[in-house]
Design a protein. Structure first.
Length: 363
């Protein structure tokens, strides 16, 4: 095994805790910074263009300057509808890119190949239809789950707070303390339940591209592969959100200060006080730019989680080492059931014997 292969294996093939997962994701991102910026850019740049275009369309359909309250409300609802559609499409794009990056990532572990923009999108091109369909399905399903889970958490928090206020109204300090505790417990439980469900589906893009499975087979495989990764997935997601808003604040705060000094009503709750176009466009560009900077950490972290789960459950580190040293596993007749799987299937999900002059039949 070459030095580059050994370094790649050292990156992922050891048990990872939540802190290790974030640390290794950041280190690998820093090492391949510009590559991951390019990989993450297409869906984010497309989302930015459509966001700005949707806002311009809204301003052409509705009277914004000096608008009546009803028209200003409709304009705001029109923008939020656009945000929902664009966010869904961007999430689908991120899932698709994640699949292509995961295959490139495993090839990096196997053969020490560099992470590249071209290789990632070449992987996507081979499974684009399946990845797109299953990504839309997952985005829709997880959106529904998030709505009901957090709605139930909010209702539980409100009911709990109401009961506490009734029974402890004569002890204000106790009422406030218990109310805060109940709200935090309810929302924390909702968050844990969401990640418990989402963790069963986070490996679908990786399974499709690395193991060559079909869409529904990948969903079943992801659910079976997911183990006790709720805490690590939650930690990685929360870190990504916090890092995104931290990066956002570095640019958004100076923009907000400039807008406030220019007389823009940033803190007005009056429906007719709509923000100027230049401020809304600048805000969109800054927010999307923050996503480009931070999303790769989530992408790398989920690839590491996938490899880590296979290492713990299936001895994936041994499979990778065997693939490097011995080549691909020989095929068996169709009437036999082969309990083993290749370390990396070809683009069509086939497991044919290794051909001359190719690596695992992938070149």
């Amino acid at each position: 095994m070459t030095t580059s292969q050994m370094n790649g294996a050292d990156l992922a093939l050891t048990p990872l805790g939540a802190g290790d997962l974030i640390d290794r994701s950041v280190r690998f991102y820093r090492k391949n910074f510009w590559t991951f910026i390019l990989v993450a850019s297409p869906p984010v740049v497309a989302g930015t263009i459509f966001s700005v275009g949707w806002m311009i369309l809204g301003r052409s359909l509705f009277k914004v300057s000096g608008a009546e309250p009803a028209e200003a409300i409709f304009y705001t609802l029109f923008l939020r509808l656009g945000d929902l559609i664009i966010w869904t499409v961007q999430l689908v794009g991120m899932l698709i890119v994640m699949g292509g990056a995961s295959r490139n990532f495993v090839r990096h572990l196997l053969f020490g190949e560099p992470m590249t923009f071209r290789e990632t999108y070449r992987n996507i091109r081979g499974r684009l239809a399946g990845l797109t369909g299953v990504s839309f399905l997952l985005a829709f399903f997880l959106g529904i789950v998030a709505f009901f889970v957090f709605y139930a958490g909010a209702v539980a928090a409100i009911l709990g707070a109401s009961v506490i206020m009734i029974f402890f109204q004569s002890i204000p300090y106790a009422a406030v303390t218990l109310t805060v505790a109940v709200v935090l417990i309810a929302l924390g439980t909702a968050l844990w339940l969401f990640f418990l469900i989402a963790s069963r589906f986070v490996y679908v893009p990786q399974v499709m591209l690395v193991e060559g499975r079909g869409a529904f087979g990948a969903i079943a495989r992801s659910a079976g592969l997911a183990g006790k990764n709720v805490k690590r997935l939650a930690a990685l997601s929360i870190f990504t959100v916090v890092a995104t808003y931290s990066a956002l604040s570095l640019l958004y705060i100076p923009l907000s200060v400039y807008a406030w000094l220019s007389g823009v009503p940033l803190f007005s709750f009056d429906a007719v006080d709509t923000l100027p176009a230049w401020f809304e466009i600048s805000s969109q560009v800054i927010f999307q730019g923050s996503l480009i900077l931070i999303i790769p950490v989530l992408m790398i972290g989920l690839c590491l989680l996938y490899v880590d789960e296979r290492t713990k459950k299936e001895g994936y580190d041994i499979e990778l080492l065997a693939a490097v040293r011995l080549g691909e596993m020989p095929s068996v007749p169709e009437e036999f059931i082969n309990p083993l799987q290749p370390a990396l299937a070809d683009q069509a999900g086939q497991t044919s014997p290794r051909s001359v002059g190719s690596t695992l039949g992938l070149d």
